[in-house]
Every structure is written in structure tokens, then in C-alpha cells.
Design a protein around this ligand. Structure first.
Ligand code: SF4
Ligand code: SF4
Length: 184
């Protein structure tokens, strides 16, 4: 079967910081209550301008689904693995909660789930996408900041967006080869 390379393209300029994406993610993925527990987030940029004409930008984020995965490399039990379509997953049953991967991730994209006793992170809502649905954050965002799809398909929306727009990845100097792309 032909493999996919799942990716996300984000246009942060559309983000209004409503945090609907973070709420949808927590509900969909049963993330326990508490501010230290999250699979995705919205980072706030500095204030611009002078009062009363102030502005601010926001940048949503989550696991970057790296192609070169420091989280995977340090995992002593093989709990972290990359599936055939490039999604980085954690096997709850193999995770011993050592948190090495939390330390190794340059994006602070992982948290320790005290309910399951395992580390957890964004999976692009793997339970939804293989049933033809979109990740919960994509479906919920009222301004359509995120676009999800298969970069191996040249006709997918993510592929077309990356041809049409300039983009950046976060912390390219870390050599992680992220698959979240931010339109600039
Ligand atoms: S749902 Fe969309 S607009 Fe709202 S905070 Fe998340 S990315 Fe920004
Ligand atoms: S963002 Fe962090 S958790 Fe996600 S694949 Fe990259 S190193 Fe691993």
C-alpha cells in the first residue's frame, strides 16, 4: 500500500486566540484537567503598537511530527515509534514514564499523563484520520488556521499551500525536520 506523509500547514495570521482548538483536543483525546496537561497550545506574541491601538499575534502549536525524532531516539523501551505515514506515536503499554522524551523534545510537545501513567502528545488525532475525519483542532478552528493532509499527494491542499506560499518550520537549527509548516 502506498504510504502517506501526513503534515499540517498553519496560517497563524488567522488565529484569534479563541482556544477552541485546545478545548477540542482535550475533549477528543481525554487529556486530564490541569494546565500542565496539553497536546496542543496557542503561544502569545508580544503586544504591538501603543494604547489604545494595540495588537498581538498568536501561534498555535503541537507535536511537530518530526522526521528526525529525538524523543524516539532516547526512549529506552521502544514506546515511542513512527508509523508508516510519519506519525510519531506513544504506546501506553510500553511507556514506563521515565520522561526522557519530554526532556529530549525541543518543542515541549509532550506531557506526562498521570491517569494512564504514560507520556502523551499530539497524534494528529490518529483515531479520527484513518476513518476519513479531520483532527479535532482542524475541524473546530473557526478561522481555519490549520490544514491537515498528505504531502505525498501532490494534489492535496497541504501540498498546494506549500507550493503557493513561503513558510517556515520551528527551530530548524535543531535538525528535527518538522512536519508542521507555518505560512509566513
Ligand atoms: S481554534 Fe483557531 S483561531 Fe481559535 S485559538 Fe485555535 S487556532 Fe486560533
Ligand atoms: S515535536 Fe517533540 S514529541 Fe513531537 S516528534 Fe518532534 S521531538 Fe518528538
Amino acid at each position: 500500500m502506498k504510504t502517506k506523509r501526513f503534515a499540517m500547514v498553519l496560517d497563524s495570521s488567522k488565529c484569534i486566540d479563541c482556544k477552541a482548538c485546545t478545548v477540542a483536543c482535550k475533549i477528543e483525546n481525554k487529556v486530564p484537567m490541569g494546565q500542565d496537561n496539553y497536546r496542543n497550545w496557542v503561544a502569545e506574541g508580544p503586544l504591538r503598537g501603543k494604547f489604545p491601538d494595540l495588537g498581538q499575534s498568536f501561534q498555535p502549536g503541537q507535536c511537530m511530527q518530526c522526521a528526525n525524532t529525538p524523543c524516539d531516539h532516547v526512549c529506552p523501551t521502544g514506546a515511542t515509534r513512527v508509523n508508516r505515514d510519519g506519525i510519531v506515536l506513544v504506546d501506553d503499554h510500553k511507556c514506563i514514564g521515565c520522561k526522557y522524551c519530554i526532556t529530549a523534545c525541543p518543542y515541549n510537545a509532550r506531557y506526562y499523563n498521570e491517569v494512564t501513567g504514560a507520556v502523551d502528545k499530539c497524534t494528529f488525532c490518529v483515531q479520527r484520520i484513518y476513518r476519513g475525519r479531520q483532527p479535532a483542532c482542524v475541524e473546530t478552528c473557526p478561522t481555519k488556521v490549520r490544514v491537515f493532509g498528505d504531502l505525498n499527494d501532490r494534489n492535496s491542499e497541504v501540498s498546494r499551500l506549500l507550493v503557493k506560499h513561503a513558510y517556515k518550520v520551528e527551530k530548524p537549527e535543531m535538525g528535527t525536520d518538522p512536519f508542521l509548516f507555518y505560512i509566513i
